[in-house]
Design a protein around this ligand. Structure first.
Ligand SMILES: C[S@@+](CC[C@H](N)C(=O)[O-])C[C@H]1O[C@@H](n2cnc3c(N)ncnc32)[C@H](O)[C@@H]1O
Length: 247
């Protein structure tokens, strides 16, 4: 994998992201983020008030805005023209004091003093050459500072679709690395051990992993419109982990 592969992936995100999709997700993301990801990210980050935070691969900036709402000073990094422009537009409207830097995480410009913490949510599995991106997050944080990563869970990536098709989850290839072509951009499958071992090799201390499940009451309400939603009650579609940067 090369930086050219990363450029191709970024180009696909840029071409496939619509204004409508960004507006729909501008406040708190999509259904999964609202019900499974956001509250766990916030819990793992701890008290962010007054802290300088990096939102690495911030997309439309919704989570940066949530963090700013909790009193953090946020720098969002996003490589695509469309999402970076949207995030900057929202900042011009809301004036929460955020800065957005348009960059590939694997080729970061100088972002100033070390951050108190970094969050990298739903990003690493979108990057073909991902290890330099994880390293950039670790190096951006002050010694001992918290890092929080969220991923589509590598063991349950195609959860809803296979549950609907088979009435249970099925996975055929877990140990290999491969591209999962999406309608818009692709994800890149690699086993969970790849992420955790890279974190260890960067000298980080793993603090906690989380595999949130959907509240059965929320699933019941969504059942009429979303076949297969019960899979989210029984199996984790997302994996989050927090770690400490090396001291
Ligand atoms: C699934 S979206 C998640 C965005 C945001 N963190 C969120 O939770 O809404 C994946 C993001 O990764 C970004 N991305 C892809 N390759 C990247 C790279 N090399 N460096 C930084 N971000 C990248 C995409 O542009 C996109 O914004």
């Amino acid at each position: 994998m090369t930086s050219r592969a990363n450029e191709t992936a970024i180009g696909r995100w840029n071409a496939s992201t619509t204004r409508e999709a960004m507006e729909t997700a501008a406040a708190d993301g999509d259904f999964a983020k609202r019900h499974l990801v956001n509250s766990t990210l916030l819990r793992l980050l701890g008290d962010v008030r007054g802290r300088r935070l990096l939102d690495a691969g911030c997309g439309n900036g919704y989570f940066s805005r949530i963090l700013a709402g909790h009193g953090a000073q946020v720098v969002g990094v996003e490589p695509t023209d469309v999402m970076c422009a949207f995030a900057r537009e929202k900042e011009a409207e809301l004036r929460q004091g955020m800065a957005y830097v348009q960059a590939d995480l694997t080729r970061l410009p100088d972002l100033g003093a070390p951050f108190d913490a970094a969050v990298c949510s739903m990003v690493l599995m979108a990057i073909p050459d991902w290890k330099p991106a994880m390293r950039a997050c670790v190096e951006a944080v002050r010694p001992g500072g918290p890092l929080v990563f969220a991923l589509v869970h590598p063991a349950f990536e195609q959860l809803l679709g296979t549950w609907v098709e088979h009435g249970a989850y099925r996975v055929e290839r877990y140990l290999e690395e491969y591209e999962i072509a999406g309608a818009a951009a692709s994800d890149f499958h690699r086993p969970l051990s790849a992420y955790l071992n890279e974190l260890a090799s960067l000298g980080c201390r793993l603090r906690e992993t989380a595999e949130p499940g959907l509240d059965p009451a929320v699933a019941a309400a969504a059942r009429p419109t979303t076949p297969g939603i019960d899979s989210y009650v029984h199996l984790p579609n997302f994996l989050l982990f927090s770690a400490e940067a090396p001291a």
